[in-house]
Each structure stands twice: as structure tokens, then as C-alpha cells.
Design a protein around this ligand. Structure first.
Ligand code: GRF
Length: 196
């Protein structure tokens, strides 16, 4: 299974995928990594010899134009699966329509709880005792697509956003690597998931 991974930040989830793909019996490989900024995580791709590209929103006159360029870059690589791993942009509907259901996202909360860009902070602010991770198919909404897999992460007293997010990311990396494996082996059927 050929993967194109989109990131915005440190790329620890990307690194987990790159490391998993190193093993010969993991049936996926990362063919390119894209970012919306000069993301630090691009260094992981460079270290693993994986081509990278950036499509920076501020360089475009509209979200639609940015989306068109992003889609063009993605389709150049013709990946089997696009993985948003810490990609902090909402994909324009045209991009989702072209790529779904071969387009998944990892989110640091138990969707539908705490969608959006500050899920960990929101869970803490809401006094949640349990939060977690969701890997889902991306649809036109924000963090609303059908769930592939979720796992709980306990909130501990005194947790800071950073501490909780780091604990979440530990689980998230495992869940994402497993979800991609399940998709590659057919244990998870994206068409079926998206049709739910
Ligand atoms: C992940 O928890 C992701 O779900 C969220 O931001 C974090 C990105 O972490 N959107 P990294 O860039 O993979 O280290």
C-alpha cells in the first residue's frame, strides 16, 4: 500500500509510520510527505529518503486554489492512501470528494467528542476523565467522518495539555500504524467504512 502523509508539525506520527514501513513484513510504504508549512516533521521524511513537498496556503489567493494545488501534488504521486497525521488544515470539499475514501485522519480525542484543532485542551477544559484517539475516514465535515478505530486514554489529575497530548500521541502512533496495516491487509475496508 503506497502512502502519502500530510503533516503540519513535529511529525511523530509520520515517524512512527516511516519506522513501521522499514520492516519488510509491513505491507505499506511512504512514497511522499506533504506539508502546509516548512514543518519540522519534514526532516523525518528527509532522514528516510522520502520525497517531500509543501503547499503553503498563504501563497494562494483562495482556499480553493490552495486545495487545487494540494490535490494536484497528491495525484502526481497517485498514492493508494492519503494519511493526515497532524495536518492542521481543513481540506476543501473538492479535495475530499476526489480522494475519499482513500483519505484518513488521526485525531487526539474520542470523536465525536472534541473535534477541531484544540481537542486535548478542550477535553481538559471540559473536565473529561477519559479521552483518547480516533482514526477515521475524512468526509466533507471537520473531524466528522466514519470512525475506523478508537482507543481511550485516561486523563490524570494535574495533567497539562502537553503531558496529556504526549500520552495521547503514544497511543495514537500505535493506533495509526495498526489502522494502516488493517487497511493494507483488507481487515478494514475503506469503501465499506465510508458507506456506513
Ligand atoms: C497529533 O496528536 C494529531 O492528532 C494532532 O496533532 C498531533 C500532531 O503530532 N492533530 P505529530 O505532528 O504527529 O507529532
Amino acid at each position: 500500500l503506497s502512502l502519502l502523509v500530510l503533516i503540519s508539525g513535529g511529525g511523530s506520527n509520520l515517524r512512527a509510520l516511516l519506522e513501521a514501513c522499514r520492516s519488510a513484513d509491513y505491507p505499506a510504504h511512504v512514497i511522499a510527505v506533504g506539508a502546509d508549512t516548512d514543518a519540522p516533521g519534514l526532516a523525518h521524511a528527509e532522514e528516510f529518503g522520502v520525497p517531500t513537498f509543501t503547499v503553503i496556503p498563504s501563497a494562494f489567493g483562495s482556499r480553493a486554489a490552495w486545495g487545487e494545488e494540494l490535490l494536484e501534488q497528491i495525484e502526481r504521486w497517485n498514492p493508494d492512501l492519503v494519511v493526515c497525521a497532524g495536518f492542521m488544515r481543513i481540506l476543501p470539499p473538492g479535495v475530499v470528494a476526489d480522494l475519499t475514501p482513500r483519505l484518513i485522519n488521526t485525531h487526539p480525542a474520542l470523536l465525536p467528542a472534541f473535534p477541531g484543532a484544540h481537542a486535548v485542551r478542550d477535553a481538559l477544559a471540559a473536565g473529561a476523565e477519559v479521552t483518547g484517539v480516533t482514526v477515521h475516514v475524512i468526509d466533507e465535515g471537520v473531524d466528522t467522518g466514519p470512525v475506523i478505530v478508537q482507543r481511550e486514554v485516561a486523563v490524570r489529575p494535574g495533567d497539562t495539555e502537553h503531558a496529556l497530548h504526549e500520552r495521547i500521541k503514544t497511543v495514537e502512533r500505535e493506533l495509526l500504524v495498526q489502522a494502516v496495516l488493517d487497511i493494507a491487509t483488507g481487515h478494514v475496508d475503506l469503501e465499506e467504512t465510508a458507506a456506513r
